[in-house]
Each structure stands twice: as structure tokens, then as C-alpha cells.
Write a protein that binds this ligand. Structure first.
Ligand SMILES: [Zn+2]
Length: 268
């Protein structure tokens, strides 16, 4: 490490030591002191920790959501109005982000659990009340970003798969892409009534894989054919007087993203 950076990191370390409370998540502190760029503020240290641990963030966010469960009367439905509900089945269902089920300040709008200092998920400070200025756990921000942009975690997926394509078993090329093992359209079509947050597993690491571009293209073509067959048999059923699939068309996959001031993610 160059001398100037070592000096800068030492200044940041002293600043972090002064700014942090005596009680501070130990893994975050250890992580901060081993980074190329030491974060100077406790909040930045927590964000840096979760950016470096998307697997943990994914598991934790789903675990916290399991504690909350789905609100009474909620079901996964799409809407044309992105303010109230997700507009596409590609977006993870998140009931507590919907205006009707919002739990208010101090509660995470993703998992529905209380948020404490620095966006932490446990009350290490025994405050007995949430931080009412917070609307997200730092871990849930990371999980949400992963669920919406899994392609940014290709390096990690590749490492988990020992650099082999999950479909062909061949060496993963630099042009490899992230893919959902169970495609999201089929989650919406066949599994939409599964309980929340179990549904979120389809957006998390358990359903993600890195595959080579050519294998991805072939998989996509097969999936499109299967959907076309489904649609034509559904249309035939409707003509025969049976009820068709009421699936609304997805509108904009980029909507429904968190409006937080957290920094962009860096692949692990
Ligand atoms: Zn949360």
C-alpha cells in the first residue's frame, strides 16, 4: 500500500474510532480495518460491510422478512401504478413497500422489522425503540440491490460455481451472464400463491446462477417456446369457455427501486 494511502487510512481509522459508539458490531469493525480504503464514518463502515457480504445480506433479509410474515390480507399482485405495487413480475414482491402496509418510520420497508442505529437489524444499544429516521436495514438495501441487479454479482456467482457454467459445466467465459434457475415468469405463473417471504428465495442466491452467454441464449429460446405453447393452450381453453390467465403485462422492470442515499454496490 502506498505511503499516502496508509496515512489517509490512519486518519480515517482515528476518525472512525472517535465517531463510533463503544458498542459497535464487531464484524463491521474488523472488516473496516482490513479494507484498502478505511471508512471514516460508522454508517459508511456498515454499508461497506454489507456490500462485501451480499450472500449474508440475502440470507438475513429473507430471515428478517420471515419474522414479519406477510401482512394479513396481502397477496402478490401487480399494478399499473408503481407507487402502490410492483408493475412487473420481475420485481421482488415487497408488501411493506406498498403504501397500504407501510409500517412507518423506524421499520424496514423491505422486511418489516425494526431498524436500529446505523441501519443495524439488532438493538445492540438496548435502546428499546427503533431509529425513527431509518426506513431500511443496511443489509436489506444490499439484498434489494442484489435481487434487482444480480448481474453485478457475477464474480461471486462464478466463484461459488468454481468458474464453471451452471448449465453446460464448461469453463465460464468473461461474457457469462446471471440467470434465474427457475425463471421469474414461471414463478409468477405457477407459484405466485406461495407464502411471502418464501417467494423471495426466487430472487436470492438459491435461485441464481452464472451461465455462459450461448447457454443463456439457448435457455431463453426454450423458455420463450414453452411460454408460447402455454399461451396458445390457454387461448384454446378460453375459447372453450374456461378462464384464461389474468397475468397483466409487465411495464417497466427498472421501477420500484429503493430511493435511499446508499452508495452503489461493488461486486464482492
Ligand atoms: Zn429489513
Amino acid at each position: 500500500m502506498p505511503e499516502w494511502r496508509a496515512q489517509r487510512n490512519e486518519r480515517a481509522r482515528l476518525q472512525l474510532e472517535r465517531a463510533r459508539p463503544d458498542v459497535f458490531p464487531a464484524p463491521v469493525l474488523v472488516h473496516s480495518l482490513t479494507q484498502s480504503w478505511t471508512p471514516a464514518l460508522p454508517r459508511l463502515a456498515v454499508e461497506s460491510y454489507w456490500r462485501a457480504h451480499p450472500l449474508r445480506a440475502d440470507r438475513l433479509a429473507r430471515g428478517l422478512a420471515a419474522r414479519s410474515g406477510a401482512p394479513e390480507g396481502w397477496s402478490w399482485r401487480l399494478s399499473r401504478d408503481e407507487e402502490t405495487r410492483p408493475t412487473s413480475f420481475r420485481l421482488p414482491p415487497a408488501p411493506y413497500r406498498e403504501a397500504r402496509w407501510d409500517r412507518g418510520p423506524g421499520f424496514c420497508c423491505l422486511c418489516g422489522q425494526m431498524v436500529f442505529r446505523f441501519g443495524w437489524h439488532r438493538d445492540l444499544w438496548q435502546a428499546g425503540a427503533p431509529n425513527t429516521r431509518a426506513r431500511w436495514h443496511a443489509a436489506c438495501v444490499m439484498a434489494w440491490k442484489l435481487w434487482n441487479a444480480p448481474g453485478e454479482h457475477l464474480r461471486l456467482l462464478s466463484r461459488l460455481q468454481r468458474r464453471r457454467c451452471a448449465v453446460t459445466g464448461k469453463r465460464l467465459l468473461r461474457s457469462a451472464e446471471a440467470d434465474h434457475r427457475v425463471p421469474l415468469f414461471s414463478v409468477w405463473r405457477d407459484q405466485r400463491d406461495r407464502p411471502w417471504p418464501e417467494l423471495l428465495t426466487f430472487w436470492g442466491f438459491p435461485n441464481l446462477q452464472a451461465i455462459n452467454e450461448s447457454a443463456h441464449r439457448a435457455k431463453t429460446v426454450l423458455e420463450a417456446k414453452s411460454r408460447a405453447v402455454e399461451r396458445s393452450s390457454s387461448a384454446a381453453s378460453s375459447r372453450a369457455g374456461r378462464r384464461g390467465d389474468p397475468e397483466p403485462e409487465p411495464r417497466r422492470a427498472g421501477a420500484w427501486l429503493p430511493g435511499s442515499g446508499f452508495a452503489d454496490t461493488a461486486p464482492e
